[in-house]
Design a protein around this ligand. Sequence first.
Ligand code: 2BA
Length: 107
Amino acid sequence: MKLILAIVSNDDSNQVSNALTKGGYWVTRVATTGGFFLSGNTTLLVGTEDNKVDTAITIISENSRKRGKMVPSTSSFGAGMYTGLPVEVAVGGATIFVLGVEQFEKI
Ligand code: 2BA
């Protein structure tokens, strides 16, 4: 058995966890914070059989693809003045760890 830890953006977390659940996986969502941007993300815990790990990773990647998103720029020219010009930022993607599970009990 394996434990998959998948860190995804909050924007993608509902879609990823719904797709995993539909695919027959058990999912626990934990609200987490990235240490670099200090912004919220979601860590999904998925315990599953070894032979179902690859399919889970496919589902996660299909539902959290990295993509560009246009957001209004907040760069200021001076006090209180904003360009408002949209800039493209990268969103999405997933960081995935697969750990061996020594023992699994439900009691
Ligand atoms: P990603 O590499 O896509 O990582 C997204 C989030 O996944 C991270 O959020 C963190 O919560 C988690 N994560 C990634 N790799 C990890 C690891 N090896 N161990 C534990 N958690 C991990 P943030 O920490 O807020 O990072 C946001 C983005 O900033 C990263 O996107 C990466 O592009 C950049 N970044 C993070 N740490 C960096 C560093 N030390 N040097 C350069 N860039 C960094």
